[in-house]
Write a protein that binds this ligand. Structure first.
Ligand code: CDP
Length: 240
């Protein structure tokens, strides 16, 4: 039995609610930015990476061999992931347990690109993502949102940043959650994940042709957020 996504797309009659897709490589700042953009616009924030991470954690819990695509696919179809709106950020539940912190562990990070490369896993999660976005008023972030999940999104952003800057941010995030990792190891992990995510056959990480590229290497979070909110407001103005 599958039960997904307690987050509810708001049913609304307003045509003013658009869909924003934010894609980009590992640690490019998508999550923080998407969360703040969603808050400013009063939209739903959907972190699709968290769904792939939760799926990976389930495989680790069950001791599934990750090179056995058929086994991974079978368990994926029986996995219960729920995103629940919290005060500040969404909480992630796996089989009824809050795993919001656990899905950021180095072990999950190490294996998530393998699990997410399987078409059956993607099919299960993409269906849920589309359902949540169908009424608009949502900011989705991931790797394939603008290219595959919602190719008709009203606004597409492709976020990039220097690998050194991304590693610095990731190291900081890890330190805050009590994990110390050396700079070199973080750079290696980021580059390896980007390589796997960009070279897989199904829905590889790439910039949609109509996406705006946003290089955040030298931008503050506020500037990033402002750029996207302005672009969204321009679209909303044209629509009204
Ligand atoms: O936050 P970070 O940049 O580390 O990555 P994430 O957004 O949490 O995504 C974790 C992993 O999930 C990625 O490295 C991809 O392998 C996978 N993913 C994906 O395949 N498709 C998505 N739409 C989102 C994430």
């Amino acid at each position: 039995m599958q039960k997904f996504a307690i987050l509810k797309a708001q049913k609304t009659t307003k045509s003013r609610n658009i869909v924003i897709a934010i894609d980009g490589p590992a640690a490019s700042g998508k999550s923080t930015t998407a969360r703040l953009v969603a808050r400013k616009l009063g939209y739903l924030h959907l972190d699709t990476g968290a769904m792939y991470r939760a799926m990976t954690l389930r495989m680790l819990w069950e001791g599934i061999r990750l090179d056995r695509e058929d086994e991974v696919a079978r368990v994926a179809r029986e996995t219960d992931i729920a995103l629940v709106r919290g005060n500040d950020e969404n909480r992630v539940f796996l089989q009824g347990k809050d795993v919001t912190e656990e899905i950021r562990s180095p072990e999950v990070t190490q294996h998530v690109s393998t699990v997410s490369s399987y078409p059956a896993v993607r099919a299960v999660l993409v269906e849920q993502q589309r359902k949540l976005a169908e009424n608009g008023g949502v900011v989705l972030e991931g790797r394939d949102i603008g290219t595959v999940v919602l190719p008709k999104a009203d606004l597409k952003i492709f976020m990039v940043a220097d690998v050194a800057e991304r590693a610095r941010r990731r190291k900081e995030d890890l330190r805050r959650s009590g994990v110390e990792m050396g700079e070199e190891e973080v750079v290696r992990e980021i580059m390896e994940r980007d390589r796997k995510d960009s070279s897989r056959q199904t829905s590889p990480l790439r910039r949609a042709e109509d996406a705006l590229e946003l290089d955040t290497s030298n931008l503050s979070i506020e500037e990033q957020v402002e750029f996207i909110v302005q672009a969204a407001r321009d679209i909303l103005r044209k629509k009204s």
